[in-house]
Ligand binder design. Structure first.
Ligand SMILES: Nc1ncnc2c1ncn2[C@@H]1O[C@H](COP(=O)(O)OP(=O)(O)OP(=O)(O)O)[C@@H](O)[C@H]1O
Length: 459
């Protein structure tokens, strides 16, 4: 049986308009139950004549707080349906024999699986050229300096480009941003253009502002040659009215943290109606941070024709439940890091009583400062991870008191302060970044020499 992308699958989904929703967790179900689940959870009113879907707010039941995608005068305008992009890889890839595919998966350390009732996964592709991408995207990949796909890119990109849902288990640093950003841009290019008060066509949800900003930067980089391609970043701690006007003008892609995105939906600054490509990045982290109700609210109100990519570094039960509920016959791709951290990283563990930890850290870093003094080299970039915000400030202050250039990065600081802290660290003006895991996980800073976990990371 040939593969039918999620967009084209017929469904007997019941359509209802409701004013209240439940956030009760569903029990664990098999993939076969998925369509039933989707239909029982659907809160979409697909009555196109009324201008699209109506939504309920998960936190309020009063009428004024309900979201409506009919906002921004869209109600009176018929919105175009999403288009299923026609994609096929090069003939060379199409001609790959099963044993060749197996050999590539083995070499790239890829673990690929599909549910028994779905079509086999698309073959991994080891060159961007063989992916047959839009010429502008190819140009931007080249400008970005990427010559060969990483393992996750080699497998996740063909999956996404072929229109299938993806469950990706990839560690931070494996190159997954491009793995979803490039197919997402290609998907958007196949859609009818966004108009004012319209869009977005694609949505990326990420756990932290910093990660969202990093993702948006990448999306911009891979769409730099496309003149009218617009992206918006929607995160807390930044000016909501600027975001409002940007969203209302109409954008192709929104990269957002879940809380702020819901705020904009409730204020009717944007809508879910035209979204046909969704990425949940670092989904495990988003659940850890309590974003599950917001994620569920978005997912269950999306239009029926959409494709979902879910990435998570770990696969706890909650992620599996989320995947079973919101992904349709996904291809599961598991991959390790691009290069083994043990290849060029020395790891040491030192047991220190709680009350002596800060002193030990100060001693180590002061010793390092005197070692580099006189060598003409700057203090090596160092990240110190701590568990709590208060400790983060205390440690940074103690380091500064010793004459070291340190700064604290945690969720309690303003967006401007966080951006400045990261900018100074990236430039090397500040050589020590003391950070909580929540604020800094997944950040990509090159040239870091030392990483110190003052408190053991919670895994
Ligand atoms: N194909 C590639 N060729 C060269 N460098 C790449 C390629 N893909 C990604 N990189 C680089 O590898 C680093 C890690 O990539 P990226 O940030 O996309 O990883 P990630 O898995 O998304 O991690 P994170 O969890 O931080 O988002 C970045 O510096 C990125 O520019």
């Amino acid at each position: 049986m040939s593969y039918v992308p999620p967009h084209l699958r017929s469904s007997s989904r019941t359509t209802t308009t409701t004013t209240t929703t439940t956030t009760a967790k569903p029990s664990s179900r098999t993939l076969d139950d998925q369509s039933k689940l989707s239909s029982s959870n659907s809160h979409i009113n697909n009555d196109k004549s009324s201008g699209g879907a109506s939504f309920s707010s998960f936190s309020h039941s009063n009428a004024s707080s309900r979201w409506s995608s009919g906002a921004l005068s869209q109600a009176s305008r018929a919105r175009p349906d999403s288009v299923v992009p026609q994609w096929k890889p090069s003939d060379r890839v199409l001609g790959m024999k099963p044993e060749m595919i197996e050999e590539v998966c083995l070499r790239l350390n890829l673990d690929v699986s599909v549910s028994p009732d779905s079509a086999s996964a698309p073959a991994p592709i080891e060159s961007f050229t063989d992916m047959c991408l839009h010429p502008s995207i190819m140009k931007d990949i080249d400008n970005h300096g990427y010559t060969t796909p990483t393992s996750i890119q080699a497998q996740a990109m063909p999956v996404a480009l072929s229109g299938r849902d993806l469950l990706g288990c990839a560690e931070t640093g494996s190159g997954k941003t491009a793995a979803f950003a490039i197919p997402m841009i290609q998907h958007c290019l196949a859609q009818p253009p966004v108009q004012r008060g319209d869009g977005p066509l694609a949505l990326v949800l990420a756990p932290t502002r910093e990660l969202a900003q990093q993702i948006e930067k990448e999306v911009k980089a891979f769409s730099a040659s496309l003149e009218s391609f617009r992206t918006a970043i929607v995160v807390g701690g930044t000016n909501i009215s600027e975001q409002r006007s940007e969203l209302r003008a109409g954008v192709d892609v929104v990269v957002a943290t879940p809380g702020r995105f819901i705020d904009h939906l409730q204020q009717r600054n944007t809508s879910l109606t035209r979204i046909s490509f969704v990425v949940l990045d670092e989904a495990d982290r988003m659940l850890d941070m309590g974003f599950e109700p917001q994620i569920r609210e978005v997912m269950r109100n999306l239009s029926e024709k959409h494709q979902t990519l879910l990435f998570s570094a770990t696969m706890p039960e909650e992620i599996e439940e989320l995947a079973q509920e919101y992904l349709t016959k996904p291809v599961q791709v598991k991959v390790g890091k691009v290069s083994s951290p043990t290849a060029n990283v020395t790891q040491t563990l030192e047991k220190v009583p709680e009350c002596e930890k800060t002193d030990r850290l100060l001693a180590l870093l002061v010793e390092e400062a005197s070692r580099v003094e006189g060598t003409g080299h700057p203090f090596p970039l160092t990240i110190v991870f701590v568990e709590r915000k208060t400790r983060c400030d205390e440690v940074a202050e103690a380091l500064v008191a010793q004459g070291l250039h340190a700064v604290a990065l945690h969720g309690g600081r303003t967006q401007t302060e966080r951006e400045a802290a990261l900018r100074d660290f990236r430039k090397g003006t500040t050589s020590i970044l003391v950070a909580t895991d929540v604020a800094s996980r997944g950040l990509d800073v090159s040239g870091v020499a030392h990483v110190i976990n003052l408190d053991l990371p919670k895994v």
